[in-house]
Design a protein around this ligand. Sequence first.
Ligand code: NDP
Length: 254
Amino acid sequence: MSQQPKIALITGGSRGLGKNMALKLAAKGRDVIFTYHSKQNAAQTTVEEINALGRKAVALQLDIRQSNRFAEFAQTVREILQHQWNATGFDYLINNAGSGIVKTFEQTTEEDFNRMVDEHIKAPYFLTQALLPLLKDEGRVLNISSGLTRMVFPGYSAYAIMKTAVEAFTLYLAKELGPRRIRVNTLAPGAIETDFGGGAVRDNQDLNQRIAAITALGRVGVPDDIGGAVAAIFADDAGWINAQRIEVSGGQGL
Ligand code: NDP
């Protein structure tokens, strides 16, 4: 009898870093459930690319700002696991989806702030809580933070403090889920060329070069840099990595 493949659940797999993580995990033989917000066509393309690697993938719509829908989402995941995999649980959870804002402290409104709280604190916290009964013992959680919790640039205060909360969340989750041998880590990407922030790191050549100039490896990151690191962290023999903040930035801000 063939062994059940490990299943990853990734929020925000339709584009950018989440999509690359999904493809890199699929290339390592993992199946993937991922969410998208509004870009259904992009999500479908991700499904097809994962299928082309010989792995199974399911895309589900979810607005991570609607925490009142997380219980219903968990029920949908439960049914999909049953029908698609004949399984009662999944192995890896990656809290990745989200957007940013670039506004100075003085410009940031309460509405901006609350949006960041909903996306970057409430969503990982309560989505993980809703999905916990489906996450297998020995499973793993990876919370996506940012290099901006270590490197300080004007305009990112609201975003960066949310990501700092994500890093504290990782520590508490690792402690509380330790008895189930669930590993919980933070991955903090440096600036990466995606649609994030209106695609500024990718499309604004001046910004791109300024970040490259303060990066030990002399360039900004690309999604492959992150997906590859995620696949390495989730390797079967990397399970002693726990409760860590792993920055994947090529040495930015040095
Ligand atoms: P992208 O903008 O490229 O992709 C964002 C993804 O999140 C998409 O799949 C999008 O879905 C989904 N998403 C956005 N808002 C919501 C929402 N309200 N509900 C559900 N899904 C949503 O961003 P990145 O891939 O670059 O960023 C991914 C993560 O990495 C974020 O947490 C970000 O903070 C973090 N990060 C990014 C860095 C970078 O430089 N790119 C650096 C450090 C951290 P859809 O396609 O349907 O819109």
